[in-house]
Design a binder for this molecule. Structure first.
Ligand code: GDP
Ligand code: MN
Length: 382
């Protein structure tokens, strides 16, 4: 589960990390009122759960009411990498001299959490990791002891952070680790952690992802999840339909049963040069109506150009799935996006017989099905 920036900032601020004064708004007048309260200049920031909002036009700095109205009008309602912007954070603009990166995540290779610090903040940290990995100082943490104060100082020192702010940055990093642990985080990140001319540090952005399986003991965050989900229509729909669904940024829609099988399909789409648009697991025993709902989900994603169905029958029966696919597609005068189907396992042969090949492309193997779907998607893009 991902928190919105404004939610993560609340969590960080409560723990004592400095954040700019800010207020949430969902219409132009609300933005102006908030800006007046905070005082110009302000940053107007789209509240959608994707990185790189700045580059994509989702963040604007404004100096007066006219600019605020114009920016609010542009950003509110815009489509940002497939996400509808319904809310913006209006925030005191920070006058900065440096942009740092601090983050905590799980290093699965090392089997330990890792604290990271870099003076190359403000840009995508994955890019820094690829082009200049030495620019990210790392310190692995033994979770049974927690992060020792010297570890925070060492990471900050190794990263080459200016000594004038080293103590404050270490303290932010320590707090971030404590939050990561106590709030069951999977990632906690501040990028950029801005440094001002008078050597203050302030979290200009905030990312906090929570382990969903721990939400039962994080009631406050579980409440935030409901609020967070309401930002994205598709994720909301997935909740209603009770699907495990994750929206991604590609254009090949994926439907499968069982998390492992869906992950495999994602990897294969990537392998054949495509880009997955989503993870969608319809679960076991998928009856016709669930199949129809799954198709409705991927069809309503504007990014999707083709769909691959990958079903392995166990409890789920191939003939049931095939009926569901036919029924769902028969409702359309024109199929919105090409659908490729691969069935295996229980009753797969009956399923293949039932599938209406005027409506879908049937493939025998997983590899062929994925390749075909990737080809269809590429044709649409071309
Ligand atoms: P992201 O692109 O989605 O990660 O959004 P961020 O909140 O990290 O903002 C991206 C960039 O916008 C930052 O690195 C800054 O360069 C700029 N920015 C964001 N907030 C402010 C602000 O208050 N003042 C100034 N001057 N720039 C800002
Ligand atoms: Mn950022």
């Amino acid at each position: 589960m991902k928190l919105h920036e404004y939610q993560a900032k609340d969590v960080f601020a409560d723990a004592g990390i400095p954040t700019p004064a800010s207020a949430l708004a969902s219409d132009v007048d609300g933005v102006v009122a908030a800006a007046e309260e905070i005082g110009y200049p302000v940053a107007i920031k789209a509240q959608v759960q994707v990185g790189g909002r700045g580059k994509a036009g989702g963040i604007e700095l404004v100096d007066d009411e006219d600019e605020a109205r114009e920016a609010a009008d542009t950003i509110l309602g815009m489509d940002l990498k497939g996400y509808h912007v319904g809310q913006v954070l209006v925030e005191e603009a920070v006058d900065f001299t440096d942009e740092l990166y601090v983050g905590i995540t799980m290093d699965r290779g090392a089997g330990k959490p890792v604290a990271m610090v870099s003076t190359k903040g403000g840009v995508d940290i994955e890019e820094v990791a690829e082009e200049d990995p030495d620019a990210i100082a790392q310190e692995h943490i033994d979770p049974s002891f927690g992060m020792h104060p010297y570890q925070a100082r060492k990471a900050v020192y190794d990263a080459g952070v200016d000594s004038a702010v080293a103590r404050d940055v270490s303290s932010v990093l320590t707090t971030l680790y404590d939050l990561w642990t106590s709030r069951d985080g999977s990632d906690a990140e501040i990028n950029p952690l801005m440094v001002t001319a008078d050597d203050e540090v302030i979290a200009a952005d905030a990312v906090m992802n929570i382990d969903e399986d721990a939400l039962f003991r994080q009631p406050e965050l579980a409440e935030m999840e409901e609020e967070a989900a309401s930002g994205d229509e598709l994720e909301q729909k997935a909740d209603e339909y009770d699907f495990d669904y994750v929206r991604l940024e590609g254009n090949t829609g994926i439907i499968g049963n069982g998390a492992g099988l869906v992950m495999t399909t994602l990897d294969l789409v990537d392998h054949y040069g495509g880009e997955p648009a989503n993870f969608l697991d319809v679960g076991g025993g998928a009856k016709a109506d669930r199949i129809a709902n799954a198709l409705d989900m991927v069809f309503s994603d504007d990014n999707v150009d083709s769909v691959v169905f990958n079903i392995f029958g166990g409890i789920t029966r191939g003939d049931e799935v095939a009926k569901g696919i036919n029924e769902a597609l028969e409702q359309f005068d024109e199929i919105p996006k090409p659908v490729v189907v691969r069935l295996a396992g229980t009753n797969w042969e009956e399923g293949m017989e039932i599938l209406n090949e005027d409506l879908v492309t049937v493939e025998q193997t997983l590899e062929d099905a994925v390749q075909r779907a990737v080809e269809y998607a590429a044709e649409v893009e071309a």
